[in-house]
Design a protein around this ligand. Structure first.
Ligand SMILES: [Zn+2]
Length: 199
């Protein structure tokens, strides 16, 4: 079972992430991501958040296919069974009671339907000067997507896949602390290619 939590520390902790490396080769493999959310989340917020997640993950050269499943969009394909290689992200309105206060994301790859959960109320509480909600959500999404693609990798001491983040990681102007490692880039590309082949 692979479960990963993401926590936020108030103390400053920064280690420079590995520089992103490009991946040469054939067309970008696609990943289909279903995003389920409650009615109090605007579609435009989801779209901006997904753009930020895509920006963070761009070095992996994946083609992210977002399918937003807001309540009013509860139609096909949101109601369809999911195929291998697809993933599910759920914006949970309120963090579960058993979740520690500084945890704002959770990924579970233990079943055949990998899913990640982002606690919307926790993301809201992190807003501040230069910390916009779509940036916060997008960066959490990028972290959890990486977990789902690479469940065996877990957390790292640097970059996007650190287990513990600071508020500066969520600063709009700060784009350097959440890089993907060269290893993660290679593995994600390989894994996404397998997933694409599977359906
Ligand atoms: Zn994590």
């Amino acid at each position: 079972m692979t479960r990963s939590q993401t926590v936020l520390l108030t103390a400053f902790f920064f280690v420079s992430g590995a520089r992103a490396a490009g991946v040469a080769g054939p067309p970008a493999p696609a990943i289909r991501i279903y995003v389920y959310s409650s009615s109090d989340v605007r579609a435009s917020l989801l779209e901006y958040s997904e753009s930020e997640a895509a920006r963070i993950l761009r070095p992996a050269q994946l083609r992210l296919e977002w399918i937003n499943c807001l309540p009013e969009a509860s139609v096909q394909p949101c109601l369809s069974p999911h195929f291998p290689g697809e993933m599910i992200l759920r914006l949970v309105p309120k963090a579960w009671p058993e979740v520690k206060p500084n945890v704002f994301g959770f990924a579970d790859s233990s079943s055949g339907r990998p899913a990640a959960f982002v606690f919307y109320d926790r993301a809201l509480s992190l807003q501040g000067a230069n910390r916009f909600l779509f940036i916060i959500l997008g960066r959490i999404l990028a972290h959890e997507i990486t977990h789902l693609l690479l469940p065996q990798e877990g957390h790292r001491s640097q970059g996007l896949m650190r287990a513990r983040w600071t508020t500066s990681d969520l600063d709009f102007s700060n784009t350097d602390q959440l890089r993907l490692s060269a290893r993660a880039i290679q593995l994600m590309h390989t894994q996404a290619s397998r997933g694409t082949d599977a359906h």
